[in-house]
Design a binder for this molecule. Structure first.
Ligand SMILES: [Zn+2]
Length: 379
């Protein structure tokens, strides 16, 4: 029976037991157990809690990797759902439970109707939210020397009509990173500031540098958002000896993004040296831009049209980041969106819940892509 697996039930199970990035042991066990129940022999602990299933076709042919993520977020779920999170302070607020349930539905179908030719890899990926999981999986022995012809993944997208397929050749989601800049001088009595080394004016220089940074790269869409700043301590008697500035940097162009980061380090070092300060610059949660091949984007469009699904072509990339970019930097493919509903709560909102109605859409689209590359799947 092809339909005995119910992805909605599985999705609700995952939703009840969300786990933060790098702590997804239980979720990984649930996924692996389901795959074994289908008769597969999944490779586990692939680059952390990652899971990889290899499905061989009867004849030689191309290799296609389909990827879903499965980590959750440090957000408290209000508790109105029957299947709401049982883990305090953690919830599936980005729909990764749905992405994984959809890929398990693909696995359920492929066990009965394997590809006619070539190989299909199903990659279940941990630690997407922190930008670590994809690179670790790609660098794991299971994938590091793999020859992959096609990579596909989707993200559900609130704000777009339900079931609409959202595509963009080139950059789909931006590169981004957090940066923490620490300036160290020397405190002194506030009555004698000249006896210390205050980072105050260098700090204003750093703030200015950050906000002006994208202006040097007019050919790319770049954005710097200041997120936190702190100077000294709230004590009237003390001239400050330390400052912290935190920001996020984004760009739709990987080359520009790297140049912007190098430029920032140069300018911050110059400001610190001029003021006699020492400085540290730390990068956090780095993501490269997710770049789609035109060819694979067209495959997604073809698959959507074959299913009668509406296609929306983005004029600009998403400003957020997706670490499937690491797969797409190594092998060609496409990340696409599936609309969650125009008025659906936004990703990372506490009232967000993955719309189960799009599970069959995601499964059908993935299956149609497999059919395009590997021959018709019947059954
Ligand atoms: Zn997400």
């Amino acid at each position: 029976m092809a339909n005995e697996f119910d992805p909605v039930t599985l999705r609700h199970t995952l939703h009840q037991t969300p786990e933060l990035s790098n702590h997804e042991a239980l979720t990984a066990r649930t996924i692996a157990a389901q795959l074994r129940q289908f008769g597969f022999h999944p490779a586990t602990d692939v680059g952390g809690h990652g899971i990889l299933v290899t499905i061989q076709g009867a004849a030689p042919g191309p290799t296609t990797l389909l990827r879903a993520d499965f980590d959750a977020l440090p957000i408290e779920e209000p508790g109105s759902l029957a299947y709401c999170s049982q883990h305090s302070g953690v919830m599936h607020a980005c729909g990764h439970d749905g992405h994984t349930a959809a890929l398990l539905a693909v696995a359920a179908e492929l066990r009965h109707t394997p590809p006619a030719r070539g190989t299909v890899l199903l990659a279940f990926q941990p630690a997407e939210e922190t930008g670590e999981g994809a690179a670790r999986m790609c660098e794991s022995p299971a994938l590091t020397n793999a020859q992959i012809d096609n990579v596909y993944a989707f993200h559900n997208l609130p704000g777009f009509s339900q079931h609409q397929i959202v595509v963009r050749p080139g950059t789909f989601a931006c590169a981004s990173t957090g940066v923490a800049i620490e300036l160290y001088g020397k405190t002194s009595h506030a009555a004698y500031p000249e006896r210390g080394i205050s980072p105050a004016s260098a700090m204003t220089g750093v703030l200015h540098t950050l906000t002006q940074l994208p202006d040097a790269y007019p050919d790319a869409n770049s954005l710097v958002t200041l997120v936190h700043a702190q100077l000294g301590e709230p004590a009237y008697g003390v001239a400050p000896g330390q400052a912290t500035v935190m920001a996020t940097l984004r760009s739709d162009d990987n080359a520009c993004f790297h140049a912007m980061k190098a430029d920032l380090i140069d300018k911050v070092n110059t400001l610190a040296a001029r003021a006699g300060l020492t400085v540290s610059v730390c990068w956090h949660e780095p993501f490269i831009a997710a770049e789609n091949s035109t060819h694979h984007t067209q495959h997604v469009v073809n698959a959507a049209q074959s299913l009668g699904l509406a296609v929306h072509r983005l004029t600009e990339p998403m400003r957020w980041s997706e670490d499937v970019a690491e797969f797409l930097a190594r092998w060609p493919g496409a990340l696409f969106g599936i609309g969650s509903g125009e008025h659906h709560p936004q990703l990372h909102n506490p009232d967000y819940d993955f719309p189960d109605a799009i599970l069959p859409t995601a499964k059908a689209l993935f299956t149609a892509l497999v059919a395009e590359h590997h021959g018709c799947i019947t059954g």
